[in-house]
Design a protein around this ligand. Sequence first.
Ligand code: KMH
Ligand code: ZN
Length: 285
Amino acid sequence: MEPVIITVAPVGAELRPEQTPHLPIDPPSLAETARRCREAGAAMIHVHCRTDGGANTADPARFAAAYDAIRAQTDIVVQFTTGGAIGMTAAERAAPLSVRPEMATLTCGTVNFGDEVFENSFPIMRGILAEMDRYGVRPELEVFDAGHLANAKRLVKEGAMRFPQHVDFVLGVPGALEATARNLTYLVDTLPDGCTWSVAAIGRDQLPMATIALAMGGHVRVGIEDNIYYSKGRLARNDELVARVARIAGELGRPVATPEEARSMLGLAPLAGRQAVTGIAPAAP
Ligand code: KMH
Ligand code: ZN
């Protein structure tokens, strides 16, 4: 069976620090979380940054500090958000790309997002892709709704990006596609040839959808960005969400991919030779 790439999303933009003691808000705690999650089986980390006060920020200096703090602790694949937080401009959302993370998200269309709107018009998507090209950053396509794959195909047709890509199905966001096995099957059947895929499901859907993805041969994203609870009423630590999905993968005969295996599976450059942003040498695996 193919190894599973486990991505951890430990921060997000919607959680407030008072909701959980397990939200890493500064670069050292983010790096510590990355190290623990890597030890638990994560190959990739999806990064949002906060100020020391816990507010969302798109400041490239904060992302650079986060990148280097993580890299000094672990060899995990580092993926930045370009979704940012509702209310950020498209330019703000794209600004962390100048740090040249290995990957960054590209949400493939506008969706309702609770009571708000997460805006990803074609001009916004083209603009983010142009910045990714400029800085040599590989996209992970975030698909929240059934039409988003059609949008991605349109971007390919007009030459703004190429296939195959790594696609993350984000299911169960209030206002977008529900987290069901049937919806996931439909999306996987609609994927262009050669694409790899993972599932990130929201709240209590995280565990069952992760398990279904493991059984289907897909990859998995977990973490408190998407699901704050380990079980009913019990707040989760990021590393224990990773450890649980790694255990289930083992039971299903799926080995857990190392970061270097994930890089090879996703067509990313090996870590050796990559420059640290502020000169801190990469940690040994
Ligand atoms: N916080 C959401 C508005 C991403 O990271 O690319 C967007 C988001 C998606 O979290
Ligand atoms: Zn995110």
